[in-house]
Write a protein that binds this ligand. Structure first.
Ligand code: 16G
Length: 245
C-alpha cells in the first residue's frame, strides 16, 4: 500500500487550494490514528509524485502542519508525525482540541470546582471589581489516560450560569454562552514540581515542568479567563512561528 493510499485520497470535489486539501487529509489521518507518533512521511518529491501534485504544494502543506506542531522535521532524516505534544504557542486552542487533533483521547479529573470571590490579585488580572464573583476550576488533564498537565482556572462569573455548566471542556462551555476568548496573553516559565504536584502528575518531585499562565479576553476587551497550566516538561514542546519585524 502506498502512503497516499493509506492516508486517503484528495477529494476531487473539493475546491479548496490543494495544499489545504492535503493538510486536511493529513490532519484527519493523525486524528484518526491512521498515522501514529513518529511515523515517517515520504520524501517530498516521492509524496508529490504519488499524489500527482507539485512539490511546492507538498512543501507548503507540510510547512503549515510543522508550524501547528502536528509534524516535525528532522535534519537529514525527513518529516515525521510529532511524538511529544508539540503545541503551537500562538494558537488560542483548548486542551481538548489540542489532544483530539493529535488522535489522543482527552479527559480530566476534577480537583475542585467552586464559586467564590475574586482575590485582590485576580481582580487586577481579570479587571474585576473587588468582591466580584468568580468560578474556579482545578483539574488534572489526561491524554490517553496519561496525566499531562494540572490546570487552575479562574473565570469571571458573568461568562456562564454556574460552575456546573462545564462538562468536559471549559472552552466548549464558553463557546455555548458566547464567551470564548478571542485573544489571550501568555507567559511561560520553567518550574520544578512540588511534592503535591508531582504526586498528582505521577512524576518525581522536583521534575521539571512548564508553567503557562493564560489570560483570555473577549472581543469587547473584557478578561474572562486566567489559567495557570503546569505541563509536564517531558511531554510538551511549545512551538511558535516568528516573523521578522
Ligand atoms: C488550554 C489553555 C487553558 C484553557 C484550556 C481549556 C494553554 C496553555 N492553556 O489548556 O488556558 O483554559 O486549554 O481547555 O493552552 P478545555 O476547553 O479542554 O477545558
Amino acid at each position: 500500500m502506498t502512503f497516499s493510499e493509506r492516508i486517503g485520497r484528495l477529494d476531487a470535489q473539493d475546491h479548496a487550494p490543494l495544499y489545504r486539501q492535503l493538510q486536511k487529509v493529513l490532519r484527519d489521518a493523525i486524528a484518526n490514528r491512521v498515522l501514529g507518533p513518529d511515523d515517517a512521511l515520504p520524501a517530498e518529491r516521492d509524496f508529490a509524485e504519488e499524489l500527482g501534485v507539485s512539490r511546492i504544494t507538498v512543501r507548503k502543506a507540510l510547512d503549515g502542519l510543522v508550524g501547528e506542531g502536528l509534524l516535525v522535521r528532522r535534519q537529514g532524516a525527513g518529516t515525521f508525525v510529532a511524538a511529544r505534544v508539540e503545541k503551537n504557542f500562538s494558537k488560542l486552542s483548548s486542551f481538548t482540541e489540542d489532544m483530539i487533533a493529535r488522535g489522543r483521547v482527552p479527559h480530566s479529573a476534577w480537583l475542585s470546582r467552586t464559586e467564590g470571590q475574586v482575590t485582590p490579585e485576580e481582580s487586577l488580572t481579570l479587571g474585576l471589581s473587588p468582591g466580584a464573583p468568580v468560578y474556579r476550576f482545578n483539574r488534572i488533564r489526561y491524554a490517553d489516560g496519561a496525566p499531562m498537565a494540572l490546570e487552575y482556572s479562574t473565570l469571571a462569573a458573568f461568562c456562564m450560569p454556574s460552575p456546573d455548566f462545564v462538562e468536559t471542556s471549559l472552552y466548549e462551555a464558553l463557546e455555548k454562552t458566547g464567551h470564548r476568548p478571542v485573544r489571550a496573553l501568555q507567559r511561560l516559565r520553567a518550574v520544578l514540581f512540588t511534592d503535591e504536584q508531582a504526586d498528582l502528575l505521577g512524576v518525581a518531585p522536583r521534575d521539571p515542568g512548564l508553567l503557562i499562565e493564560r489570560r483570555g479576553f473577549l472581543k469587547d476587551g473584557r478578561a474572562v479567563e486566567v489559567t495557570q497550566s503546569y505541563y509536564r516538561g517531558d511531554a510538551y514542546d511549545f512551538v511558535a512561528e516568528l516573523n521578522a519585524l
